[in-house]
Design a protein around this ligand. Sequence first.
Ligand code: FUL
Length: 457
Amino acid sequence: MKQFLEQSTGVCPSARQKAWFNMEMYAFIHFGVNTYTDREWGLGNEPETLFNPVDLDCDQWVEAVKAAGCTGLVLTAKHHDGFCLWPSKYTEHSVKNSPFKKDVVAMAAEACAKGGIKFGFYLSPWDRNCKLYGTPEYNDYFCNQLTELLTGYGKIFYIWFDNACGEGENGIRQEYDFDRYFQLIRKYQPQAAIFNDFGPDVRWCGNEAGTPRTSEWSVVPSELCRYALVQSGPGPLADQGGLPWIYNTDKELGALSNIMYSKGLVYCPAEIDVSIRPGWFWHPEENPRSLSWLFNTYLNSVGHNACLNLNVPPNRNGRIDVRDVERLQEFGALLKKEFGTPYPVHISQLPGSGPTQPEYVITLDQPHNDLRYIILEEDLDFGQRVESFSITGEFFDSSKFPLYQGTTIGHKQICPLQDPFSGQNPLTDTTNGPLHRLKLTIRSARGPVHLKSIQVF
Ligand code: FUL
């Protein structure tokens, strides 16, 4: 077991995974024929003439998502209905036959470059329009389209694939040749991260509601992420069983109870993809979700060892709805207010605390009674190691209070301290005075702990 744990600490992200993690929050843009039909999944027979965003303004999209703090934008170049937002030479079902005519992928990529954010795309493998769907030739068609997108629009930071797979007209489900798709991406855009339900670089979190699991490990069994690189030997009980049931929707993925049975471990972090509205596409009857929902979703994703892919759908005119723009602005302002400037602190490791259970004393330069968050980060060059930790606060009268108990840390863990006792918060109880010292105790880790930062807000 000890040897296996040691191996697990060597399971590390690639350069492209680290670059992706640092993006933290980027915008998903669902736009296409569904925007005009009030559907979420188009049928594939929509007339191209439907698509007419008379006021399309990709600079406005970029401004809107930047206001929230998004670092990139991921456009649905093609959704399940098969309609292409670029004039692909392999199909007639695209913008080229719409009254709009122009290349929306090019316009979005240019707006991102101008606005200083990164550009990526979603190309749906499921295609309800293409006659080849359900045959091996469809994979050629798909690779041709992928090549157009990979070679014609500058640097791509991210390619997003889902595994949705319906039946074609022939009643056959397509067998997607993901290995081939991934090879093309590595050839033309080697630095781009690839999202797919099962890796290779980023995996689906398991829901579309922004709900996190309690412990989010980026080090997970290869049985789950079959496209990711195996970086360890088998778990100590691998010869006595397996993980045939493992799936993204499980409550535990990288837990010890699972990895012990794994044939090998991979590094494959989770993305939380969720929409600012109930639907992925814009619908006239829908409204943006509340500011507190957005903020909690941020804590549960960026603050919980994942990235947030926040969908913001343009309306029929081709602009982000003003209500959503306002919400994004409020959200960005709230993030700045809460996490703008950390309190100055002095941090030292308690002498004698062991490498897998280090304790850190965090002394505030000034005592405060309004502490709200501690943000912890592990150094990803050492993989992911921390299993559980706790934070206590110390007052001048030497009384101590538990403020937070957590499990995994990973890329970033935002620990909200605001209301630790729900209704009996000592931080608002002035009898103890302001806090002047905090203690972070790593209670358990899979190997010597390497934190990148500890910040107090
Ligand atoms: C899913 C699709 O079926 C939804 O329509 C949406 O695009 C979501 C982000 O991915 O697989």
